[in-house]
Design a protein around this ligand. Structure first.
Ligand code: SF4
Length: 294
C-alpha cells in the first residue's frame, strides 16, 4: 500500500495568519472572537487553552477586544462592534477582502448582486450583510428561480469549487439571455490548488483520506470532489478516526486536507497510514518466505 500526498493540501495562509494573530493578541490581553476562527476542533481547543473566548454577536462580548475571523464580516457588523465600545482586531483574509471589494464595485456599477455560496456561511453573511437586495445560490434550481434583472453581478464564496461556480454562472446566462451577466472569479487560489490536487489524487488512488473539521465547508468539498472521481473517500478529523479495514486491498492511498487543518493532524494521519503500510509489507514478505520454504 503506497501513501500519496496531494500536491497541495492543508492549512492556507489566510487561516494560518488569523490563528497567529489570535495567539499574539491573546498573549497581550483577553480577547473574544466573533464566531469560530476556523472550523477545526483541535485549533479551537488550543485557543481556548490560551484564554481566547468566542461569542456569536458583539453584544455577548465580555472582553474589551473583539476579533473578526478570516471569513470576514460586513461593515454593518464592524460598526456595531465598535459601537459597543470594543476594539476591533480584523483577521479577514486578504482574498475575502478582494471578494468584498469585487461585490461592492459590481453593486456600485448597478449590477444586481448574486453570491454563489452557502447562505448561512459566515463568509457569505459577511459579503451580503451590507446589501439591501441580493441572491445567494448554490444549485441550478436556485439559479433558475432568480427573478429577471437587466444586470447581474456575480461573485463566489472563496471556497467553492470553481467548476460548480462556472457552471452556475452559465445557467444564469442561459436562464436570462437578455440580461448582462458579469462574473468576477473570487474563488481563492489555495482552494483552487487543493481542489485540483484532490482531483488528481482521486484519479490515481483507490482510497483517499481527507483530513479536516466535521463542519469545514472546504473539507467537505474535497470529499465530494474525490468521490466524483470514483475513489473511496473517508473524511477524518484525526488519526484516531482511521480504521484499518478501509484500506484492505488498496494499492494507492491518497491523503489530502482542508484549508483549516493543522499540519500536525495531517502528519499524524500520514504516520498511521505509513505504519499500516509497513506492517502490510512485512506480512506479505513473511507469507512469501513461508510459501517458498514450504
Ligand atoms: S480559504 Fe482562501 S479565502 Fe479562505 S482564508 Fe484561506 S486563503 Fe483566505
Amino acid at each position: 500500500m503506497k501513501i500519496v500526498r496531494a500536491a497541495h493540501l492543508g492549512m492556507c495562509f489566510g487561516v494560518r495568519d488569523a490563528i497567529v494573530l489570535a495567539q499574539t493578541q491573546a498573549a497581550l490581553q483577553p480577547i473574544t472572537i466573533l464566531g469560530e476562527l476556523v472550523h477545526n476542533e483541535d485549533v479551537l481547543a488550543d485557543l481556548k487553552r490560551r484564554g481566547v473566548r468566542v461569542a456569536r454577536t458583539p453584544d455577548l462580548v465580555e472582553t474589551s477586544v473583539a476579533m473578526i475571523t478570516a471569513h470576514g464580516a460586513s461593515e454593518t457588523l464592524k460598526t456595531q462592534t465598535r459601537g459597543q465600545g470594543l476594539l476591533l482586531v480584523d483577521a479577514t483574509c486578504p482574498l475575502v477582502k478582494s471578494a468584498h471589494r469585487a461585490l461592492v464595485a459590481l453593486v456600485g456599477r448597478g449590477f444586481h448582486p448574486v453570491v454563489i455560496g452557502q447562505r448561512e456561511h459566515v463568509e457569505v453573511r459577511g459579503l451580503t450583510g451590507d446589501l439591501e437586495e441580493f441572491d445567494v445560490v448554490l444549485t441550478s434550481e436556485e439559479v433558475r428561480s432568480i427573478s429577471i434583472r437587466p444586470r447581474f453581478g456575480v461573485v463566489a464564496q472563496t471556497t467553492q469549487p470553481i467548476e460548480r461556480v462556472r457552471s452556475l454562472v452559465e445557467i444564469l446566462r442561459e436562464t436570462h439571455p437578455q440580461a448582462e451577466v458579469e462574473f468576477v472569479d473570487t474563488v481563492c487560489q489555495p482552494t483552487k490548488l487543493r481542489q485540483k490536487s484532490a482531483q488528481e489524487l482521486a484519479t490515481d488512488c483507490d482510497v483517499v483520506v481527507v483530513v479536516g473539521g466535521a463542519h469545514s465547508n472546504n473539507t467537505r468539498e474535497l470529499v465530494r470532489t474525490c468521490g466524483l472521481r470514483g475513489a473511496r473517500v473517508y473524511h477524518v478529523q484525526r488519526a484516531d478516526d482511521l480504521q484499518p479495514s478501509w484500506f484492505e486491498g488498496a494499492e494507492n492511498v491518497g491523503l489530502t486536507a482542508g484549508t483549516s487543518t493543522p499540519d500536525g493532524l495531517i502528519e499524524g494521519v500520514e504516520a498511521q497510514l505509513k505504519l499500516w503500510s509497513r506492517e502490510e509489507s512485512l506480512r506479505n514478505n513473511t507469507h512469501t518466505q513461508l510459501a517458498a520454504n514450504f
